[in-house]
Design a protein. Structure first.
Length: 118
């Protein structure tokens, strides 16, 4: 079973940048794995933010973050990152890392809080 630990969340001002990190442990991530970032605000369902395939590094983004957020990975560190630029108050949420294989998603991390002040 993969364990995921996120870090990097903090309070920032609108327009600032922030980089989140998720480190996976517990097993070797095989080539069919993917990693993603989701976020959740109180009272709403978790929403997809971005994903990346472990083997080829193919990325996918929610429309709301395209052009501002970049997901990347470091296979040697079993880490995935989310670089967030031009942050907006609407980006404030708990950000969760998630892993999956093929078309499914499985393990969640514990989340890291991002606060954006206007």
């Amino acid at each position: 079973q993969v364990q995921l630990v996120e870090s990097g969340g903090r309070s920032v001002q609108a327009g600032d940048s922030l980089k989140l990190t998720c480190v996976a442990s517990g097993r070797t991530l095989s080539n069919n794995y993917k990693m993603g970032w989701f976020r959740q605000v109180p009272g709403k369902a978790r929403e997809f933010v971005a994903s990346i395939t472990w083997n080829l590094g193919l990325t996918n983004y929610a429309d709301s973050v395209k052009g501002r957020f970049t997901i990347s990975r470091d296979n040697t560190r079993n880490a995935v990152y989310l670089q967030m630029n031009s942050l907006e108050p609407e980006d404030a949420a708990v950000y969760y890392c998630r892993s999956g294989a093929g078309s499914g998603w499985t393990v969640w991390g514990q989340g890291t809080q991002v606060t954006v002040s206007s």
